[in-house]
Ligand binder design. Structure first.
Ligand code: HEC
Ligand code: HEC
Ligand code: HEC
Ligand code: HEC
Length: 425
């Protein structure tokens, strides 16, 4: 939830600038909760803490809807249990704005999420005072287990075909509203198909996609834009209406949430409290791990990674050079920003994220930072059986996996490489 404070500040500034004349909606296209992919069964306590704060933060800071994706399901069941549901909604009203038209609980004691929400705004220009209704529908693909196969039963929920669900629900939704926005957690080609197949849709906001900061694309009469995959950017889709309240034009842009956008003080406080509680919970878990005779093995013990301390045993020279590069303190960089928990950030600042390497600071501290194996690949087998042949790294291709246009705009191999080079001669 790193970007929440800046996002809230930007939203406020936008409303002031437009003299509250442009109604604004805030939506999330999917994957707002952490699912902690390597945990078997129950979510670890601190992940639950983090998710609860996300729920509170979204609710307190004016979000109108969030689409559910397969990644959100491990946490969702606890929210939608019928037992205690009303009490939970009273505490976290945002639960009712978690939408999905194609996710259904398999357990009858769990409530289904609403397929859509309808937000009513009042126009200030053109036809001042006219009510304008926006229907927001949520759709997700199944959990991809290979490039060609999806899994449809996830964490006690069944994920129906999103295209069939769209066809079933959209005609009815369209009758109730002036504008239909579909939030789609699916790859680009599928999101395009959704827009072409369903003439009821006016705009699709897609996620689950390599970050794409392109222009609005037009399909059928709908437009398609993408949510940026990191909280560094806020995607802004503007919809212009003609004087008779018909859709005239749609444009989009990505606002960099950098230092020029100050934190909203109230939201910053929420983020800080969240961080404190999360850290406490993490250290509690860490103590439990140390205290218990059979440690909780969050990480599969069969990690293909060894960690830099192992490499140092035989490659002292390379280690000494590495130690003095920025790569060796990439995690501290995130900690300074209080973004060490943001999975969207962590992946490039550690070893083997989601590949059996780094998972969380307390359970896998040996895989924090950009290490040898971030470049040379998993090295456990090499450690067990050292010798030539392991770890060839092709450059600059291997570098630009992390040194992307957005995260390293100044990357120039000829200038960067000498700073980290550790080959002999
Ligand atoms: C037990 C000692 C040992 C450990 C531990 C070890 N290596 Fe090696 N490594 C070797 C030996 C021996 C070679 C072969 C060197 C040679 O013949 O020039 C080698 C070669 C390499 C090479 C060059 C491969 C080649 O074909 O020239 C890389 C890269 C490398 N190691 C990286 C690592 C990394 C990364 C780690 C930690 C995951 C690691 N090593 C851990 C002993 C070790
Ligand atoms: C796993 C992701 C990853 C890969 C692969 C990667 N980098 Fe980096 N690099 C980073 C991150 C993250 C930082 C920022 C570290 C910090 O300052 O916190 C960084 C910083 C740097 C810096 C500036 C810091 C310094 O040490 O002066 C240089 C130079 C650099 N990388 C060069 C390279 C080159 C050259 C390659 C390819 C051979 C490469 N990197 C591959 C993630 C990566
Ligand atoms: C695609 C990989 C990638 C992701 C994702 C990523 N970073 Fe980085 N980050 C890098 C690289 C590479 C550098 C080094 C940039 C350079 O020196 O050119 C870097 C550098 C940084 C720096 C130090 C340099 C600076 O610009 O001040 C900070 C701070 C930082 N990242 C924070 C974050 C945060 C916060 C997130 C999540 C919102 C994030 N990063 C996500 C790859 C990534
Ligand atoms: C940012 C990417 C990056 C990181 C991090 C990195 N290396 Fe390398 N390493 C390279 C590249 C690129 C080469 C040269 C091409 C090759 O041999 O694959 C290289 C070469 C090597 C070699 C061969 C040396 C020689 O003289 O030919 C060894 C051994 C090695 N690295 C070990 C390590 C160890 C140990 C670490 C961690 C302490 C490490 N590397 C961290 C990118 C990296």
């Amino acid at each position: 939830m790193g970007g929440l404070a800046r996002r809230a500040a930007y939203i406020r500034a936008f409303q002031l600038r437009s003299h509250d004349e442009a109604p604004a909606l805030f939506v999330d296209a999917g994957n707002l909760f952490s699912d902690d992919r390597y945990a078997a069964g129950e979510l670890p306590a601190e992940i639950t803490v983090k998710n609860r704060w996300v729920l509170k933060g979204y609710g307190d800071f004016n979000h109108d809807a969030a689409n559910l994706s397969y990644l959100d399901l491990p946490y969702l069941a606890s929210l939608l249990k019928k037992d205690g549901y009303d009490k939970r909604v009273a505490e976290f009203p945002f639960i009712k704005k978690l939408i999905s038209a194609n996710i259904k609980p398999m357990d009858p004691s769990v409530q289904a999420p609403p397929p859509y929400v309808i937000v009513e705004t009042t126009l200030k220009r053109g036809q001042p005072g006219k009510k304008y209704k926006i229907g927001i529908i949520g759709l997700t693909q199944g959990k991809p287990v290979s490039p060609t196969v999806d899994e449809y039963d996830v964490a006690g929920f069944h994920i129906d075909d999103p295209f069939i669900a769209a066809k079933r629900i959209l005609p009815d939704l369209k009758k109730q509203v002036d504008f239909v926005l579909a939030l789609a957690y699916m790859p680009q080609d599928k999101a395009q198909l959704l827009a072409t197949q369903n003439s009821e849709i006016d705009a699709v906001i897609g996620a689950r996609q390599i970050s794409n900061t392109g222009e609005v694309q037009h399909f059928n009469r709908a437009t398609l834009t993408y949510a940026y995959s990191q909280t560094k950017y806020l995607g802004e889709l503007r919809i212009y209406l003609s004087n008779d309240a018909k859709i005239e034009n749609q444009t989009n842009r990505y606002v960099a949430l950098d230092d020029s956008v100050p934190d909203d003080p109230a939201a910053a406080e929420v983020v800080a409290s969240a961080h404190t509680e999360f850290t406490n919970e993490q250290s509690k878990t860490a103590q439990q791990v140390q205290a218990s005779a059979t440690p909780m093995t969050l990480l599969s013990t069969a990690s293909p990674y060894a960690g830099v301390d192992e490499c140092a045993k035989c490659h002292q020279q390379e280690y000494d050079i590495w130690k003095n590069t920025g790569h060796a303190h990439a995690m501290a960089t995130l900690e300074k920003r209080n973004q060490q928990l943001d999975q969207g950030c962590v992946k490039c600042h550690v070893v083997g994220f989601e590949q059996g390497g780094f998972q969380a600071v307390y359970s896998t501290p040996q895989f924090a930072n950009v290490q040898c194996e971030s470049c040379h690949g998993p090295g456990k087998a090499h450690v067990d059986n050292p010798g030539k042949g392991y770890g060839f790294m092709s450059v600059p291709v291997g570098c630009i996996q992390c040194h992307t246009q957005n995260n390293s705009p100044d990357f120039n191999f000829a200038l960067y490489y000498p700073k980290i080079r550790h080959t002999k001669g």
